[in-house]
Design a protein around this ligand. Structure first.
Ligand SMILES: *[C@@H]1O[C@H](CO)[C@@H](O)[C@H](O)[C@H]1NC(C)=O
Ligand SMILES: *[C@@H]1O[C@H](CO)[C@@H](O)[C@H](O)[C@H]1NC(C)=O
Length: 401
């Protein structure tokens, strides 16, 4: 924490959170509970993160998120499935797809619910959905958010492209193969670029540095996933590694994760091609991030019910039972990988956390090895266990070395 860069990152991360919440950054020693715990003044308190041996297994029995909300509203998974069935499910001609393999797996067959809507668009903005989602805090709902802002944003998501991640007709006859590229240090020197680019669709996220790392991470990009918070933080924190601009390309689509009102506000401005009118990003020009081509087709919005379902069934961290529960959410990488698993026929994960993560730097683009930093708003050990079991079950391929 001594160097100016660390201090900057630290401040950045603190600044990124609502003032009422603390962000607790920490590095975990090789073998154990958090070695130290720092938080904003006044009172540091210990926070037990789930450890590999003790983590609730992915998709443990419980289905509701508990302890997440100050008001004690717990969400009902049955309610999460009330949503009108989306039209996004185009039939897949692919044999042995993620869906088929997951359904055939004794454990994951009970966890996956492929009829959960992945994306949200104009038709979801109904009085019923408003009443249901206003009882859950972001990213799982709309508690405390402006009806006018959410409604006017969703009304702009009115094209067929907003209802599915990709059009199956563009991939006649075969399996749609997706690569999801996390930013983990395991990719440094991996020479996986060609293998990654050989996929039909490539998902990237946050500080996805490509220039100078083409051999290791490839160049193709079909989706870029983020929250406004993680996107802007990445531009600051990874600028020195060449992440000076959000990826832009003709066929690239942006996947917004609605973790705050500012995501709805930015999305609306992005579609309208106008400066952000209010809130913490007031005055920002969305074209600076997403390029000059503006249209609703360019943007996808993850459904809060999908985030709720993923968290409850796949990444139900024990952090949710602590007072820091409201801080917790799956990492951006985890959300992108799980999104791909609910949309693609084959999924390969690159740059995601593995059991031997300590051998690698935090990110593939660092110049000197830096340990992976664990923050209290994510549960990386739980994510590692999930990737490992999905790989073992043959549902996806996890790049390991
Ligand atoms: C979508 O909404 C915009 C803005 O209200 C409108 O101009 C456009 O015609 C609508 N498009 C469709 C396909 O309904
Ligand atoms: C990346 O890999 C190179 C070559 O294997 C190694 O020398 C370097 O230390 C690695 N960088 C980091 C940040 O681990």
């Amino acid at each position: 924490m001594g160097s100016p860069r660390w201090r900057r990152l630290w401040l950045l991360l603190l600044a990124a959170l609502p003032p009422s919440l603390l962000l607790c950054g920490q590095r975990r020693g090789p073998a154990g509970p958090p070695a130290s715990f720092s938080s904003s003044p006044p009172q540091p308190e210990p926070l037990a993160l789930a450890m590999p041996g003790t983590s609730r297994r992915a998709g443990g029995r419980g289905e509701t998120l508990d302890g997440g909300s100050e008001s004690g509203t717990s969400s009902k998974p049955s309610a999460a499935l009330e949503e009108p069935k989306p039209s996004r499910k185009q039939p897949s001609p692919c044999l042995r797809s993620v869906t088929a393999r997951a359904k055939a797996d004794p454990r994951f067959g009970e966890i996956f619910r492929f009829d959960t809507p992945v994306l949200m668009w104009d038709q979801h903005f109904t009085p019923q959905t408003w009443d249901r989602l206003k009882t859950r805090h972001v990213p799982y709902g709309w508690q405390g958010l402006s009806h006018a802002v959410v409604g006017s944003t969703l009304r702009l998501l009115n094209t067929s492209a907003n209802r599915h991640l990709f059009d199956r007709d563009a991939f006649p006859g075969g399996c749609v193969r997706c690569a999801v590229v996390g930013n983990g240090g395991i990719l440094n020197g991996s020479r996986q670029g060609k293998a990654i680019d050989a996929h039909d669709l490539v998902f990237r996220l946050n500080g996805a540095v490509i220039k100078g790392f083409e051999e290791d991470v490839g160049t193709k990009i079909s989706f870029y996933g983020f929250t406004v918070n993680t996107m802007k933080n990445s531009l600051i924190a990874y600028e020195e590694y060449g992440f000076t601009q959000i990826p832009q390309a003709k066929d690239l689509k942006y996947i917004f994760i609605p973790s705050d009102i500012r995501d709805y506000v930015m999305l609306k401005s992005a579609i309208q091609g106008s400066p952000v009118p209010e809130g913490s990003d007031k005055g920002d020009r969305p074209q600076k991030y997403f390029g000059l081509e503006v249209s609703a087709e360019k943007f996808k919005l993850l459904h809060p019910d999908f985030l709720q379902y993923l968290t409850a069934r796949f990444l139900r961290s024990e952090l949710l039972g602590t007072r820091y529960g409201a801080l917790y959410m799956p990492s951006t990488g985890a959300l992108m990988l799980l999104t791909a698993l609910h949309a693609c026929d084959r999924v390969s994960a690159y740059g995601f956390i593995t059991a031997n993560y300590e051998q690698f730097s935090d990110h593939y683009y660092e110049l000197e090895k830096k340990p992976l930093v664990f923050y209290a708003n994510h549960d990386m050990m739980l994510e590692a266990a999930l990737w490992k079991s999905l790989h073992r079950a043959g549902i996806m391929t996890l790049y390991q070395r």
